[in-house]
Design a protein around this ligand. Sequence first.
Ligand code: SF4
Ligand code: SF4
Length: 169
Amino acid sequence: MAEALTNRSCGSCTMCCKLYDAPEIPKKAGQWCQHCAIGKGCKIYDARPQLCRDFLCLWMQDAGLPEDWKPDQSKMIASISKETGFVHIRCDPSNPNVWRSKARYAFLRDWAKQLLERGTHLLVLIGEQAFVIMPDQDVPLGKMNPDHGFILKRSVSPMGVTYDVSPAP
Ligand code: SF4
Ligand code: SF4
């Protein structure tokens, strides 16, 4: 079970009650949960589904994510896919371009570079649309299940290393 940093708390953030699918409730990603008091918390806290009990976003766990990446401020939630180990940045569909602001985008590209060196990747997700962030570009993968991965070809030339990214068939 993931552990929260001692100096971080959800406080008034309830973004994960909007951005994810929760079949147990049921609700779709991008819609507020019917049990959410937005900006306050869960109205059925003691009876909330296991999926809600188990979720802890990366901002709560990783001091490397700046304070202003708190999901209710940034409108993005970082998490790690259990299936692929990739970092997913899920954006609020009401603010689909938040990840493209200069500072956020520079942070994402730098983070993607560090992840690539460890053999993993960073995806930005807006609704069902996915983008893979590479150190030198972002590549739209279209509508996809982000837990299914994608195809990456690495080429080395006198100009340096380049990457060719495409959706899995
Ligand atoms: S998105 Fe993160 S900080 Fe916000 S309520 Fe969920 S776990 Fe807490
Ligand atoms: S049941 Fe509670 S914790 Fe779970 S998504 Fe709804 S409001 Fe959030």
